[in-house]
Design a protein around this ligand. Structure first.
Ligand code: FES
Length: 180
């Protein structure tokens, strides 16, 4: 019987190393995705649906035109806490003499871009794929967005503090479904 030469045993060694590396990679990718999915709720902790103060009533002129406000919250990443930083934005508006405030999420329901207010045309426009919405968030056809802008629950306290229930909704679907 002939023994393999040094070249053959070196090739065998490299083949084994390659096989181990490929096996490790094949295991690492799904594990990494699973770990990310597992940590995602932790990453979003601090963003749970809750009423958050966003403005004073006096900061929302009663002219029916939406004004944009940031939603501020302490955010908790998997292991790190971030104090008071913007986690989203809303448009608030109210009619003449009214204390009632309407709130719309500034996140486009089509694919999550930030919706701009087009003051000149009295409408909302999304710069990503041109979805257009009326000032009360209604959809303007034809539109890539499958639904109207997402209305958010809003309440006004006795001292005029405006609070919005901040929620994220699934993008690209016709129904307004809260993102878990
Ligand atoms: S993300 Fe707004 S139109 Fe596509």
């Amino acid at each position: 019987m002939t023994r393999p030469g040094p070249d053959a045993s070196r090739r065998g060694f490299f083949a084994k190393v390659l096989a181990i590396a490929c096996g490790g990679l094949a295991t690492a990718v799904p594990c990494g995705a699973g770990l990310f999915a597992f940590l995602d709720p932790l990453r979003r902790r601090g963003e749970a649906s809750t009423f958050r103060p966003v403005a004073d009533l006096a900061a929302i002129p009663d002219d029916g035109l939406p004004r944009q406000f940031s939603v501020i919250a302490d955010r908790v990443d998997a292991w790190t806490g971030f104090a008071a930083e913007p986690i989203g934005a809303v448009y608030l508006r109210r009619e003449k003499g009214s204390r009632e405030v309407e709130a719309l999420s500034a996140t486009c329901p089509h694919a999550g871009c930030f919706v701009d207010l087009d003051k000149g045309s009295h409408c909302f426009r999304c710069p990503c794929h041109n979805s257009t919405f009326t000032l009360d968030g209604g959809i303007v056809d034809p539109s890539p967005s499958p639904r109207a802008m997402d209305a958010l629950e809003c309440r006004v306290g006795a001292r005029g503090e405006v609070e919005v229930k901040w929620q994220r909704f699934r993008a690209g679907v016709a129904d307004k479904v809260v993102q878990g």
